[in-house]
Design a protein around this ligand. Structure first.
Ligand SMILES: [Ca+2]
Ligand SMILES: [Ca+2]
Length: 360
């Protein structure tokens, strides 16, 4: 009997001990996180974004995201479903999803490779001594290009001294100009000395310009744009011929033929028409406004129809009274506004896009 009591006490004490251990020392909950989308390596072009989703277990709080301080952003900043916008620069970025609880923190990572959609083959700088305001000195001379190949030039304009930036070839090769906006947006293109147009329209419309035998200012394919605030552009030159070519690349800043630019872009700061005035449509989306100061019959004459110039006659309340093509006339009174623009969204050097307005 005494011996049985001893055994019972031992068993009881052991049970107390086991129950106590289970109660006061639970297994720690381990936080886990796993990026579930995308499921394979991510490769983006500059300017593209990527959605990420992640699953979390035993997390206290939302999933947080980072790219190790590379400068990208996540929208929303936290949660299981975000869109990552990498920096606007080529490179490899590490995206990390992180969760934590009172016991630990956990992470999962994905690599994002961002590629440059238009890597430059060569960098050229316009400086005070090289092409800046000198239209006759090539920025790069005697460039050879094999048949059906292209070459990309980065052109830096750190300190433009004039209003217009001109990129020009001395041959009618395909010239595409891209903006330095991170995305490298195709700004304009040209395939001849006659005109340029937005996007690829300057290349696609090449046939339209071939029959026009005019004296032009550009030596070959060329694009004008405002130089204001522009410090870098990318020029892609493509040799669409089967045989090798050698060409000169010109890039310079210059004055616009329109001396009233950019003030004449708005009706409120229109140029006085007087007995007559003249202008040109030298940049994409250019609009030139004139204010009639002398009543009479207005005649609109365009030097060429390459950029399809039109002159709209507007009353002081901006109501459209008439639209003139080259050679047409309209009676105007003092205060009438004349608005000249390209109706085919093209632009050209002033010798091609020049027009005149005369009061008869
Ligand atoms: Ca103009
Ligand atoms: Ca203008």
């Amino acid at each position: 009997m005494r011996r049985m009591l001893v055994v019972s006490s031992l068993v009881f004490l052991t049970l107390i001990s086991c129950v106590g251990k289970i109660t006061v020392e639970p297994l720690p909950k381990v936080a886990k996180v796993s990026i579930t989308l995308p499921v394979s390596a991510v490769s983006l072009k500059v300017g593209e974004t990527q959605r990420f989703t992640a699953d979390a277990t035993n997390a206290e709080g939302d999933i947080s995201w980072s790219d190790a301080g590379a400068g990208g952003s996540f929208n929303p900043a936290t949660g299981s479903d975000v869109v990552y916008t990498p920096p606007l620069a080529a490179g490899t970025y590490t995206v990390t999803a992180k969760v934590s609880n009172s016991n630990n923190e956990a992470t999962d990572q994905e690599q994002v490779t961002v590629i440059d959609p238009l890597p430059a083959d060569e960098t050229l700088g316009i400086t005070a001594n090289e092409g800046n305001g000198d239209p006759n000195t090539p920025l790069k001379a005697a460039i050879t290009l094999a048949g059906n190949t292209s070459r990309v030039f980065q052109i830096d304009i750190p300190n433009a001294t004039k209003a217009a930036l001109v990129v020009e070839l001395d041959q009618p090769l395909n010239l595409s100009l891209y903006s330095n906006d991170g995305f490298k947006t195709l700004f304009a293109s040209s395939s001849s000395a006659n005109f340029f147009a937005p996007g690829e329209a300057g290349l696609a419309s090449k046939l339209a310009s071939q029959g026009i035998g005019i004296s032009v200012a550009c030596r070959g394919s060329c694009v004008y744009q405002s130089a204001t605030g522009v410090t870098r552009v990318f020029a892609k030159v493509s040799n669409q011929n089967a045989s090798q070519v050698t060409f000169n690349l010109f890039a310079y800043v210059d004055d616009f033929g329109d001396t009233a630019e950019p003030a004449n872009d708005a009706a409120a700061t229109a140029s006085d028409l007087g007995a007559g005035n003249a202008g040109a449509l030298e940049t994409l989306n250019d609009v030139d406004f004139y204010k009639v100061t002398q009543a009479g019959t207005l005649r609109f004459i365009a030097t060429t129809t390459v950029v399809s110039p039109r002159a709209q006659i507007l009353d002081a309340s901006n109501n459209l009274l008439a639209t003139l093509e080259t050679g047409q006339i309209a009676d105007v009174t003092v205060g009438t506004i004349v608005k000249v623009f390209s109706s085919n969204a093209r632009a050209a050097a002033s010798s091609v896009s020049r027009y005149s307005l005369t009061i008869e």
